[in-house]
Design a protein around this ligand. Sequence first.
Ligand code: IMP
Ligand code: MG
Length: 180
Amino acid sequence: MCAAYEPFLQEVLIDEPTLQARVRALGAQISSDYADLGELLLICILKGGVIFLSDLTRHINIPHEIDFMAVKSYQKGDRQTSRNVRIERDLEVHLENKHVLIVEDIIDSGLTLDFVMKMLQARKPASIKLCTLLNKASRREIFIPVQYVGFEIEDKYVFGYGLDLDEKFRNMPFIGVAKL
Ligand code: IMP
Ligand code: MG
């Protein structure tokens, strides 16, 4: 019997051992970079970031909090820069004096994160940085400073490890390229 995702999978882009090794390395890097700072808060952007966050948090060996935020972005007319972003679920914790690290699955145009970062900045955290598992730099429409990147990838639709294909297959343990 073939796996349920098989008809939709063109190829495996990043296999499970490669993903796991990279997430472990990111966790070690973050642990050392934030070791002597104050309170660290990881903010997961739902839903795509949830698998990455749950592995990453277990590879960070300094005390830290986690919280979740859900956003929806949608196009207004055909002008990309007029895209609207709406908060579907806001954070529970306050950000004052906390070192915030946003954990995202993938950065594409960057418009969603630009909105989120400006909104969080206004809540006066001690610092705010960004950690993304995947980066499609060639698709960027607005400059976003990214401190931690798992993998740079080409402009292909990918799914698995938190990323969905029509809301499914987020549980695939590797990143695959979708069949068009
Ligand atoms: P943007 O950076 O505002 O364009 O939006 C990025 C969001 O679009 C990500 O957080 C994903 O939820 C989604 N996205 C972009 N590219 C892909 C992809 O290849 N697979 C699955 N989701 C994607
Ligand atoms: Mg996302």
